[in-house]
Design a protein around this ligand. Structure first.
Ligand code: C2O
Length: 548
């Protein structure tokens, strides 16, 4: 591979959407941010200079960061923030991955405006395991708030109520013609008839899983989270925040001058409020002869599933399977060293004084937890404390490996789930093979949680509705061609089982990729100890590693 250099200047920029202008934090003044293009095996050297008043960190979502955890990016987990006027160089190599990933800010809610695609092409001369597309196009979904970013953050984290929902979804930063004032701000994809396009879809929205569909066209899913899958066709795809999906779009042989809408809107099962509006882009067939006599064809609109169509979601995710062939084998751990069972869901903490709180009794504030521990952000980077063997007062390696007080997770919730606060992690030896069952809870109504693991891909070996049954369910695990990915939706009112080999020393964040749930504490970290061999150890931090 080669080394590719990027310079990311973090600066303010005025941006107007929905007829509202606001000053937002950007990379190089661009919104969405710049695209990173590299090949498998390349080294990326990204120099980030912070010119704004906010503290910043950037995360390269889905990059495995093998023995380069110092470059992973989550604030106070792998690094202290890059402060105003400071510079930090993220330096890492892309090993064994090709497809679409993305980068985003990983501090507070700044990823609402700081995000962009990472496109990883296969090594030179290595073809895709599907027809070579005529063109490749990234489509990145986001959210737009008219309100100031700080106000949105405060509403979500300080008032005890639900978040202030966004005013629009966006495709490549544009809300599209279905919103007020946005006809000109519509993403357009101009296509030729009879060609194959590769759409690189990224869900960078903060708080919503999204359905996506293009009128009168089928999509062939070929890759998720930068891992190839067995191709399958559908009219609609589901994509959670954090996930990436590559689809092939075959354009029709004729349709000159026709326009089809590409639309995305949320899949939502929770009881909270959410933005149920729809973002649209246009797929426009080029006309062979530019002429004024082109007859105006109607706009074709796709039909999207109902907002709470959980069975569509289960069906779609069940179809995702690894290629599992000689060229692209499946390395799912067959034997498990350690079993973990995590409840993931919302709960409540006592309502602070002088707050109006929502929640079952109206006297409590929203909290979210894993095994009833609501994670508290440390003030020193966990990775640094771990490396220096100075975890005292920073974190404790005592996160319960299963719930201390089991209950009927998907039935009527108990009155008190005894949620406690703490910076608790799980520590495991190098090369532990891990099985983790994540059980959704319905304490505040069942909701899908897109859980993201840093530093690893994992295999999704099972999923189901209701309470996980440790006697019956493991017999049904798929160890033949399970999908491999970095973010998985824990089904609303159900569970998911994943396996991974902890072959990457460091501290690795795991959290719900719904920003509001992360803020409320639905997060934890895995400490993976060094192995015995020199190439199984975490090297020291770079010289410009930010200080707290
Ligand atoms: Cu895409 Cu921890 O994040």
């Amino acid at each position: 591979g080669i080394t590719r250099h990027y310079k990311f200047d973090i600066k303010m920029q005025n941006v107007t959407r929905l007829c509202h202008t606001k000053s937002i934090v950007t990379v190089n003044g661009q919104f969405p941010g710049p695209r990173i293009v590299a090949r498998e095996g390349d080294r990326l050297v990204i120099k980030v200079v912070n010119h704004v008043k906010n503290n910043i960190t950037l995360h390269w979502h889905g990059i495995r960061q093998i023995r380069s955890g110092w470059a992973d990016g989550p604030a106070y987990i792998t690094q202290c923030p890059i402060q105003t006027g400071q510079t930090y160089v993220y330096n890492f190599t892309i090993v064994g991955q090709r497809g679409t990933l993305w980068w985003h800010a990983h501090i507070s809610w700044l990823r609402s405006t700081l995000y962009g695609p990472i496109i990883i092409l296969p090594k030179r001369g290595v073809p895709y395991p599907f027809p070579q597309p005529y063109k490749e196009v990234p489509l990145i979904f986001g959210e737009w708030w008219n309100a100031d970013t700080e106000a949105v953050i405060n509403q979500a984290t300080k008032t005890g109520g639900g978040p202030n929902v966004s005013d629009a979804y966006t495709i490549n930063g544009l809300p599209g013609l279905l919103y007020n004032c946005s006809a000109k701000d519509t993403s357009k994809l101009s296509v030729k008839p009879g060609k194959t396009y590769l759409l690189r879809l990224i869900n960078a929205a903060l708080n919503d899983d999204l359905f996506f569909s293009i009128a009168n066209h089928t999509l062939t899913t070929v890759d998720v989270d930068a891992v190839y899958v067995k191709p399958f066709e559908s009219n609609t795809i589901i994509i959670t925040p954090g996930q990436t999906t590559n689809v092939l779009l075959k354009t029709k042989p004729t349709y000159p001058g026709a326009t089809f809408l590409m639309m995305a809107r949320p899949y939502a099962t929770g009881s909270g409020t959410f933005d149920n509006s729809t973002v649209a882009g246009m797929l426009e067939y080029q006309h062979p002869k530019p002429s004024t006599s082109i007859k105006k064809l109607p706009l074709f609109k796709p039909t999207l599933p109902a907002l709470n169509d959980t069975s569509f979601v289960a069906n779609f995710t069940n179809k995702l399977r690894s290629l599992a062939n000689v060229k692209y084998p499946v390395n799912v751990p067959k034997n498990v060293d350690r079993h973990f069972f995590f409840t993931v869901g919302l709960g409540t903490n006592p309502c602070p004084k002088n707050h109006t709180c929502q929640g079952p009794t109206n006297t409590t504030m929203f909290a979210a937890s894993i095994n009833n521990v609501s994670f508290v952000m440390p003030t020193k980077a966990l990775l640094q404390s771990h490396f220096q063997r100075q975890s005292n007062g920073v974190f404790t390696a005592n996160l319960p490996t299963s719930p201390l007080i089991p209950f009927n997770y998907t039935g009527t919730p108990p009155n008190n789930t005894n949620v406690i606060d703490g910076t608790k992690v799980v520590s495991i030896p190098f090369n532990t093979s891990v099985e983790l069952v994540m059980q959704g809870t319905s304490i505040l109504g069942a909701e899908s949680h897109p859980l993201h693991l840093h530093g690893f891909n994992f295999f999704v070996v099972g999923q189901g509705f209701g309470n996980f049954d440790s006697k019956k369910d493991p017999a049904k695990y798929n160890l033949v061609d399970p999908v491999e990915r970095n973010t998985v939706g824990v089904p609303a009112g159900g569970w998911v089982a994943i396996r991974f080999l902890a072959d990457n020393p460091g501290v690795w964040f795991m959290h719900c990729h719904l920003e509001v749930h992360t803020s409320w504490g639905l997060k934890m970290a895995w400490v993976v100890e060094d192995g015995m061999l020199p190439n199984q150890k975490l090297p020291p931090p770079p010289a410009d590693y930010p200080k707290c």
